[in-house]
Design a protein around this ligand. Structure first.
Ligand code: S3P
Length: 169
């Protein structure tokens, strides 16, 4: 099957849904952030702190290229910041945007210490980032799935229905 790329804002559930999908349908799975952390031997916050966002984006791009044989790939929220990443995902896989409203994301990420871009932004900056990313996610997604009111089971069933209908499976 073509790889399924889960995209969406920080806290939209990409890792949780990816893991559940892989377990339910017996598919291989990788979480791109975890992959980067293992490969670099360094937490994401430390990478941002020591080397900055640009370096993180380079590592992210490199990592994406290394995991393309997996069935399910949970990407980081900023994967769409680089056009090359979007082209690659579009070319070889199916892109699923897991959408959550700003209010829901804000609620889920309260107290989160692991996401530097969220942690170091004020409300206005968070809203702007959300709005800009929302446009980017929508423009490249094959399917958009709302996660706010759905159970994990409903979401993964929904994703598989769409992917199999599309004859990509
Ligand atoms: C980022 C999202 C994070 C992680 C990094 C940058 C972003 O991943 O890659 O902190 O730019 O939105 P999650 O979406 O899994 O939180």
């Amino acid at each position: 099957m073509k790889p399924i790329f889960l995209i969406g804002f920080m806290g939209s559930g990409k890792s949780t849904i990816g893991k559940a999908l892989s377990e339910r349908y017996n598919l291989s799975f990788v979480d791109l952030d975890d992959y980067i952390v293992k490969k670099q031997g360094m937490e994401i916050t430390k990478i941002f702190e020591q080397f900055g966002e640009d370096k993180f984006r380079e590592l992210e791009h490199e990592a994406l290229n290394e995991v393309l044989l997996k069935n399910i790939i949970a990407t980081g929220g900023g994967i769409v910041e680089q056009k090359e990443n979007v082209s690659l995902m579009k070319e070889i896989g199916t892109i699923i945007y897991l959408h959550a409203t700003f209010a829901e994301i804000d609620h889920r990420l309260k107290g989160d210490q692991t996401r530097p871009l969220w942690l170091n932004s004020n409300l206005k900056e968070k809203q702007q980032l959300y709005a800009r990313r929302n446009t980017l996610y929508r423009s490249c997604a094959d399917y958009i799935i709302s996660t706010d009111q759905q159970t994990i089971h409903e979401i993964i069933t929904n994703i598989m229905d769409k992917v199999t209908l599309n004859k990509s499976y």
